[in-house]
Design a binder for this molecule. Structure first.
Ligand code: KIV
Length: 276
């Protein structure tokens, strides 16, 4: 088997799963990386079949699936349960699982124990944690335990109370230090959320490891979106950086309304849906 990164067309049944080294090797090849969120078997399987490079079991699940107003309530056990559904579905993409608040804030040993559970119980290959410089010791500890880490810098939604909301992060010196120290500690990828495009481009040029942006402009090595946002399934506020590629909310509501009307007027089930 060749060690070369898979081509975008490599979506056949025998494509080997993307590994961390192959993911890292995509940097500088000119091929942009695509990452999307998934929280269950069915959607993860559909995404995987498209050939996206990475699938993230994000703690956005707290809002998207569980209906909370932020990402703080979701628990490690809940993340593991959903990550196991995703891990069972994915055969090609690199699968990454968010460390939920505060599973990486209770010291290095506890973080290794928590991230270790994620890898042992889910078939996923890596974890993501919010932080850079302040998480360097944890990132180094996880990496030395063989647990690949994506660092999440810029807007850190788990800090929503400290920040007083979800705001674009503009502190250049701090963000450069965050990203550099995350890489030096062993992070194999840095996710940049809600920072000016020019700054994200500068960070991307500075780092050896790939950057994945969300609300961080077109200069990153790849892009991630919450899949529900991309599909037009999100109710309420949708951030400016989201581009909805479909309007599945309308598709679902139209189909369900049609079904409801058919049941009410007696046209479902028709003869073809009935047994003789
Ligand atoms: O939890 C999440 O969905 C994220 C986004 C940045 C993609 O971390």
């Amino acid at each position: 088997m060749s060690d070369a990164p898979q081509s975008p067309a490599s979506t056949g049944p025998n494509v080997p799963q993307l590994t961390v080294p192959k993911f890292m090797a995509l940097k500088g090849t000119g091929r942009k990386i695509t990452m999307l969120t998934a929280y269950d078997y069915g959607l993860a399987k559909l995404l995987d079949e498209t050939g996206v490079e990475a699938i993230l079991v994000g703690d956005s699940m707290s809002m998207v699936v569980q209906g909370h107003s932020n990402t703080l309530p979701v628990t490690l056990d809940e993340m593991i349960y959903h990550a196991a559904l995703v891990g069972r579905a994915v055969t090609r993409a690199l699968t990454i699982v968010d460390m939920p608040f505060p599973s990486n804030h209770l010291g290095k040993i506890k973080a290794i124990e928590n991230a270790g559970r994620i890898l042992k119980e889910t078939r996923c290959q890596a974890v993501k944690l919010e932080g850079g410089a302040d998480q360097a010791e944890i990132i180094a500890g996880l990496t030395s335990a063989g647990i690949p880490v994506v660092a999440h810098c810029g807007l850190r939604p788990q800090n929503v109370h400290l920040l007083g909301g979800y705001k674009v992060q503009r502190d250049r010196d701090r963000l450069l230090r965050e990203a550099r120290e995350a890489q030096e500690a062993g992070a194999f990828c840095v996710l940049l959320e809600c920072i000016p495009a020019e700054l994200a481009t500068e960070i991307t040029g500075m780092l050896r490891v790939p950057t994945i942006g969300i609300g961080a402009g077109d200069g990153c090595d790849g892009q991630v979106l919450v899949t529900h946002d991309l599909l037009g399934l999100t109710s309420g506020y949708v951030p400016r950086f989201v581009k909805p590629y479909a309007d599945l909310k309308s598709v679902i509501q139209n189909a369900v309304t049609h079904f409801r009307d058919d049941v009410r007027n007696g046209t479902f089930p028709g003869p073809e849906q009935q047994y003789k």
